[in-house]
Design a protein around this ligand. Sequence first.
Ligand code: HPA
Ligand code: ZN
Length: 342
Amino acid sequence: MSPSPVAAFVAALPKVELHLHLVGSASLDTVLALARRHPGGGVPTDRDELRRFYGFTDFPHFLTVYHRVNRLVTTGADVVTLLDGLAAELALRSVRYAEVQVTPVRNHMAGIGYADLAAALADGRALARERHGVELGWVFDADAALGPAGAEETVDFAVRHRPEGTVGIGLGGPEAGVRRADFAPAFRRAVAAGLHSLPHAGETVGPDEVWAAVTELGAERVGHGIGAAGDPRLLEHLAEHGIALEVCPVSNLRTGAVRDVAEHPLPALVAAGVPVTLATDDPGMFHTDLDAEYLLCHEAFGMGVAELAAIARTGARAAYCPTQLRDSLLAEIDRVEAAHAR
Ligand code: HPA
Ligand code: ZN
């Protein structure tokens, strides 16, 4: 069966992906290989069992599973393997540029030295460009579960090692019971060192923490941010200041952050004029890819070629990529849209 016209358009559309986590991007095959190398690690070594292992009951359960898989990644060579697989998958979906969330303190806890991690990121980035034609940038995210001290250690890594392609500082992990504001000193230091502020906020909690991300952490984009939908004044602020949200619909459904696709706030965010980009978050764990996210917007929200092209443009504009790459992406989006417009 030939793909629908919109599916063909999405496949051809050149895209950026601004929110995906290194460990969560690992394919089933890669995770199985790692699990078989570390059979005591609590991650299934059988494919069907691994699929079931990726059935998340709620967001905290997802984080527990994520940490188990993270502990299988123990060497710089493992990191390069993950980046090679990730770049191959991105190229398959016409993704030309991606910003990858790397959690250095968690990698360090799994046994990778900081200098080895920086070297592996440099090698993986070169390989992504040369073998797959994909440009990568790095967002070094602190895990909120490790508190402000973990965030300071994350900034230390980013500032001391600053691998090529370093874009910003992030904040992931749990949101409930955590205050974004507690991480303000670490973010201030990162921003003073020239890093962009790109925290998660409003994935599983409401608008107050998105406000905190913006006002206390100086967020220039927000990971998820869907909790903003409850606050018209916040939506106005995001729209007015061009603060883009990195929205990951399949992730929200798989973690239970949103119960039903019909309840997903993405259409309301777009209608409010908030810059919305689409991303996969943890594509290996959520069984998704960027084309699937675009197609979900078509199928569930009725978005057509023009609306999907607009989302791709928002991504290109919100990306901290080289200007030349952004300009060529925007020109190519125009061409692909014109070829598929009816
Ligand atoms: N949110 C917070 N922490 C994470 C996520 C996420 O979506 N994915 C991996 N770590
Ligand atoms: Zn995330």
